[in-house]
Design a protein around this ligand. Structure first.
Ligand code: NCD
Length: 312
């Protein structure tokens, strides 16, 4: 497809992209799913995705690996830093440099904000941010917006609730930055201790209508077209006692669904702990596993566009 702005590009912050970029990527994601597996398997033949995960991951790493395999490429990397030379004291810079020697595109997850930007300065291959501290997770936001678009057939005009750990949840920031490019209302729901970091959103707060809440009231539930639920980021909590106080505060269950719009879509980047009751998993409203499966398709499209000027 013509107009590829992703070719050879670093995917560090969702802020580096426009609505046109998203539209291009979503069209490409739709299109890649119409290719036969042999056509698809030609796209990245002979190319390698290299990764290093300094933090746990299930979906991000596996969906990228599955995506790369589906377009005929291969993946190699470090998902358990205990088995790598990082344990011998090798620096982050040397580790990134080494991965980039052996691969065509580099995927990184690291607990520090700014870690992916720094990696992109070291690597001579494009770097994808697979999660940098509590700062950003851009490919998650791309697939979140794609999922909303698939469910609602539009983004403009929607009212989106984002619930849970808004302070430390990196997917929240990438999602808000992406949504701020559209005409949406955003309702942020969290305990006071986990409120959004205002210093991270001050520049978009006049571009998008955002409202803060501490409770998921019936009035609010009736307005929401999408409820994006997040896990409390226990590992980023300075004090476990504080974590225990707020654990399980806004569990999404049948009673919440009954009080919501009948067609509300429930999203979650996953993993969930106790924020969504498994009893609603089989309802039409539960979109989180579909969202995870879109992750593979969107990442396959993204890798194709990163690796080739004319993706397929
Ligand atoms: C998220 C992450 O790592 O930020 N997971 C994911 O990539 N889908 C969300 C989380 O860990 O809560």
């Amino acid at each position: 497809m013509a107009g590829n702005k992703f070719f050879n590009r670093n995917i560090i912050s969702i802020r580096d992209f426009t609505v046109d970029d998203f539209t291009y990527l979503f069209d490409l994601t739709d299109k890649i799913q119409t290719l036969s597996s042999s056509e698809r398997g030609e796209i990245a033949k002979g190319l390698i995705l290299g990764y290093v995960f300094y933090e746990y991951s299930t979906r991000t790493r596996l969906s990228f690996e599955s995506a790369m395999a589906s377009i005929g490429g291969r993946s190699l990397g470090i998902s358990d830093i205990d088995s790598s030379s990082i344990m011998k004291g090798e620096s982050y810079a040397d580790t990134v440099k080494t991965i980039s020697l052996y691969s065509d595109v580099v995927l990184i997850r690291h607990p520090s904000d700014g870690s992916s930007r720094y990696a992109s300065e070291i690597s001579d291959k494009p770097v994808i941010n697979g999660g940098s501290g509590s700062e950003e997770h851009p490919t998650q936001a791309m697939l979140d917006i794609y999922t909303i678009f698939k469910e609602k057939k539009k983004i403009n005009g929607l009212t989106v609730g984002i619930i849970g750990d808004l302070k430390y949840g990196r997917t929240v920031y990438s999602l808000i930055y992406a949504l701020s490019l559209y005409d949406v209302n955003i309702h942020l729901v969290s305990p006071a201790t986990l409120k959004i970091r205002n210093e991270s959103i001050y520049d978009i707060s006049n571009k998008v209508k955002m409202f803060n809440h501490t409770e998921l009231t019936d009035d609010l539930l009736k307005k929401l077209d999408v409820i994006y639920v997040t896990r409390i980021q226990k590992e980023r909590f300075p004090d476990l006692q504080e974590y225990k106080k707020i654990q399980g505060l806004y569990t999404i269950d049948e009673s919440i669904l009954k009080r919501s719009k009948s067609d509300v879509s429930i999203l979650h980047p996953l993993p969930r702990v106790d924020e969504i009751s498994t009893s609603i998993d089989n309802t039409m409203n539960a979109v989180y596993f579909k969202q995870a499966s879109y992750g593979k398709e969107l990442r396959a499209a993204l890798l194709s566009a990163l690796l080739h000027e004319e993706p397929f």
